[in-house]
Write a protein that binds this ligand. Structure first.
Ligand code: ZN
Length: 330
């Protein structure tokens, strides 16, 4: 079988390769996992292997015109359905366009593929329209649905799809990939692998967009500042954070990592912490906050992340969270 250009997630790659080879690929596939873990890469590679015009064992070849069209996003038999605005879900109009796209037979080969992103942000009208398409897809259609977490989706959508839950990759896999494929020096690869939380896409973005790495730094600094802030400052910060749900989601993830570090420090696992550079500040929190508070904050953060995916009242969600954070006096 050909080698797919996907790093990690070997079990998913293997299952998909076999399904494609046996012409048994499901019409609805659901790929879930945290942001930047590799969902898009896997979906696009699958699309390429279905549309590639090379001999079967070579697919996806990566060089034929079909493969290149998938890469540049203009293959006639592939429709990418992304939310029109950040932090919002795909709209019902886009699902109708998807229906029209799938109602016509393939232009070039035997398949028509659509990849729908951020399914968890889709409202119920759009989700119900999508469900209709999932119930009776044309024989040549494959719908690849991407979401952060299956728990937040309509159960009827999940039950109609073959589910591929992608997990964070081991740090060693990420480090090796950064050294081998992106030419990153050993020590820097080690550091990025540690900060990535098992998400290769995150590490790659950190190399190509330094602002990305800075944002992680700023998020953690904001958390440290908030712990020393009074209530009016926390309300003000909550208002600012609630205005940008995409950045909020990222901040919540960085904060969870920071609090996980606090927990590790409190339980004598200092060697395993992620934010080594902030060890001193985190150790101070670990020393001044009881263990029960740490676990409570971690639970609140997880709950907030799930609520955010369910389109909850963002402002209320952030206010509640920030007011629950312990206060560490100067
Ligand atoms: Zn090809």
């Amino acid at each position: 079988m050909s080698h797919w250009p996907v790093i990690g997630h070997d079990w998913a790659v293997e299952q998909l390769q076999q399904a494609v080879a046996r012409h048994e690929l499901s019409h609805a596939l659901l790929i879930t996992g945290p942001e930047s873990v590799g969902k898009h890469t896997l979906a696009l590679t699958l699309a390429k292997s279905l549309l590639c015009t090379a001999e079967a064992p070579e697919r996806p070849c990566g060089v034929c015109s079909a493969c290149r069209r998938v890469d540049s996003g203009n293959h006639l038999d592939l429709l990418l359905v992304d939310p029109e605005a950040t932090g919002k879900g795909v709209k019902i109009d886009q699902i109708r366009a998807l229906e029209r796209f799938l109602s016509l037979t393939p232009n070039t080969g035997q398949h028509k593929i659509t990849i729908i992103s951020s399914l968890e942000l889709m409202n119920s009208n759009a989700a119900n329209a999508l469900l209709k398409t999932l119930e009776e897809p044309p024989s040549y259609a494959h719908l690849i649905l991407l979401a952060s977490d299956a728990d937040t989706l309509l159960p009827t959508i999940v039950s109609r799809s073959q589910h591929f839950p992608l997990r964070p990759l081991p740090g060693a896999t990420i480090k090796a990939a950064l050294v081998e494929h992106w030419g990153v020096a050993e020590a820097e690869a080690q550091r990025l692998a540690r900060l990535s939380g098992g998400r290769l896409g995150w590490a790659v973005q950190a190399i190509t967009h330094p602002a990305h790495l800075r944002r992680a730094e700023e998020s953690l600094q904001l958390l440290l500042d908030l712990l020393r802030s009074d209530l009016p400052t926390r309300f003000q910060t909550a208002q600012e954070l609630a205005g940008d749900t995409v950045n909020l989601a990222r901040s919540l993830e960085y904060w969870r990592t920071g609090w996980r570090d606090v927990l590790l420090l409190q339980t004598d696992n200092a060697a395993a912490i992620t934010y080594l550079e902030h060890r001193e500040s985190l150790a101070e929190i670990a020393a001044r906050v009881p263990l029960e508070t740490t676990t409570a904050v971690l639970q609140s953060l997880s709950a907030a992340q799930k609520s955010l995916q369910r389109n909850a009242n963002t402002r209320l969600l952030v206010e509640t969270l920030l007011l629950e954070l312990p206060e560490i006096s100067q």
